[in-house]
Every structure is written in C-alpha cells, then in structure tokens.
Design a protein around this ligand. Structure first.
Ligand SMILES: NC(=O)c1ccc[n+]([C@@H]2O[C@H](COP(=O)([O-])OP(=O)(O)OC[C@H]3O[C@@H](n4cnc5c(N)ncnc54)[C@H](OP(=O)(O)O)[C@@H]3O)[C@@H](O)[C@H]2O)c1
Length: 260
C-alpha cells in the first residue's frame, strides 16, 4: 500500500492509494511548457546518505518496486527521455517498452505513442552495442545531442547509422540549445531527464529544471557516487515547492516544483 500525505490547503486527508493508480495520478499532475521551451522534469533515486549509485555503479538497487512504477509513469508522460552518455552506458539503456494502454492514453493527449530517448554526449563517444542502438523492435531511433566542435566526422557518421544526431553546442552541449533541438526535432513539450548528476547539474545551473522527482530509498551506501546534481554551484539556491509526498514502506517518493 502507498500512503499519500495531503499537502498545503488540500481539503482531503491522508489516504492510501493502490499501485494501479500511480500512473493515472502522475499523468494528472500539471506540466505546462514554459514560454519558448519544454517543461523539464528530473527523476532520481538516492540513498539516505545522498548516494546515486551503489558500489556496483548503478542505481537499480536504491529504489523498490513502487519507485519502478513511478519511473515508468513519468516516462509515460514525457515526450523525450533525456540522459547523459555515462548514465546510458552504466544503466545499459534500451528502447522504451511498448505498452498499448499507455500508448492509447498518450495518443489521446496528442503525444506520440512512445517517448523518444535522447542522449547527451559532447564527442558522441557512446557504446553503440547498447540495446538502445541495437534492438530491432524499437519504435523510433534514439536522438544523440552532440557538440559540433568535439565530435569527429567518422564518429558522427557511425552514430548517424543508428540514431538521429543533432548539434546542441560548439565545444560542449549547451542545455538551452539541447531543449530547443528536442522541441524542434521531436516536438517535445515535456522532457524527462533521468540523470546522471552531471547532466542534472548543467540543467540546474541554467535554471531549466521545473520539476524535481526524488525517491529516497531507506539505505546507506557510502562510497563516492555523486550527489543527484553535480557541477557549478547555484547562488542563491533555487527554491522548490513540495507537490507530492508518497510513502511506500520505508521509502519516500517526492515531487517538487520550481517556485518562479
Ligand atoms: N540514482 C539515480 O537516479 C541515477 C540516475 C542516473 C544516473 N545515475 C548514475 O550516475 C552515474 C553517471 O552519471 P554522471 O554524472 O557520471 O554522467 P551523466 O550525467 O550521465 O553524463 C555526463 C555526460 O554528459 C556529457 N556532457 C555533455 N555536455 C556536457 C557539459 N557541458 N559538461 C559536462 N558533460 C557534458 C558528457 O559526455 P561525453 O563524455 O560523452 O562527452 C558527460 O560524460 C552512473 O553511475 C549512473 O548509474 C544514477
């Protein structure tokens, strides 16, 4: 059972929600595209001590099955799922799973039946043997966002065989340009960034994050994995308001929205 805590002036009391309701409730959350760019949501899972990966270098064991449900539900509201090259490699990304029921709901909302996956990599140096690039049953080609001054011609050509390659910066991928490319090339109005910490840090530093979803798993992992966002500091800190507080066993599933 998942427990939902009533927030703010909500007239409803705390209540239990069923796992079957997770996708619907997340789809009902408001995500209006700001003027000139898509809405940007980040979804991360961390340990109690702020770790983003276990000693194995991946995040899978940090969250439980309800975190997996939230992960899938967020994907099903996104037009594009964005991730850094290191995450795509570490987490062995594959094409999004087909789900006829979700596809129907997406089409009814005017979205493509499945989200596109977009990978950020300056030099396009990504393992092309990943299932993301090799699966034969995928519904669309992945997008790769690169820096024009960093990628070699031969690498661009090789990537273009398996993905749609777009320039999104000169010496480094620029997050604003990346979002503009995703709006133009994939019609993105909602971009879900799944990390990692480096990519999150770039988006935060440019104040492009509208929503921060965080699953706090009941574990301590120690180690030296980065915090959920890593990079230039932000001064003053950007403020967020709590919009969702769910608990499943000892895990918290939180949604914060940027105060603008
Ligand atoms: N707990 C969670 O929810 C979660 C979520 C995601 C990932 N993770 C973990 O996080 C780790 C990977 O995260 P990460 O922070 O190392 O990498 P990342 O954010 O996944 O990817 C960073 C990559 O972005 C590219 N990039 C493009 N523009 C850039 C710029 N201006 N500055 C810097 N980099 C730029 C670089 O690619 P190129 O080197 O190709 O140029 C860089 O390697 C993995 O261990 C993964 O398991 C955890």
């Amino acid at each position: 059972m998942i427990h939902r805590t009533a927030l703010g002036d909500s007239p409803t009391d705390d209540q239990a929600i069923a796992a079957d309701d997770v996708a619907r409730l997340i789809a009902e959350e408001s995500r209006p595209a700001p003027a000139g760019r898509p809405w940007v949501a980040i979804n991360m899972v961390t340990s109690l001590d702020g770790g983003t990966a276990t000693a194995a270098g991946v995040s899978g064991d940090l969250g439980d099955d309800v975190d997996t449900l939230v992960f899938a539900a967020l994907r099903s509201v996104a037009d594009v799922v964005l991730a850094g090259s290191a995450t795509v490699t570490a987490e062995r990304y594959r094409p999004p799973r087909a789900d006829p029921e979700r596809a129907e709901a997406r089409t009814a909302r005017g979205q493509q039946p499945m989200p596109r996956i977009a990978v950020v990599s300056n030099a396009g140096d990504i393992d092309l043997d990943l299932p993301l690039f090799t699966a034969t049953d995928r519904s669309s080609r992945p997008i790769v966002l690169v820096a024009s001054g960093r990628i070699e011609k031969s690498r661009r050509e090789r990537l273009a065989e398996v993905a749609d390659v777009h320039d999104a910066g000169d010496e480094a991928v620029d997050p604003e340009r990346a979002l503009a490319v995703l709006a133009e090339a994939a019609g993105a109005r909602i971009v879900l960034c799944e990390g990692g910490p480096t990519l999150n840090g770039l988006l935060l530093a440019a104040d492009l994050v509208d929503e921060w979803c965080l699953t706090l798993g009941p574990h301590l992992v120690g180690g030296d994995s980065a915090r959920a966002a890593h990079g230039p500091g932000i001064d003053p800190p950007s403020a967020f308001a709590l919009h969702r507080l769910w608990r499943h066993d000892d895990e918290l599933l939180l949604r914060y929205v940027r105060r603008r």
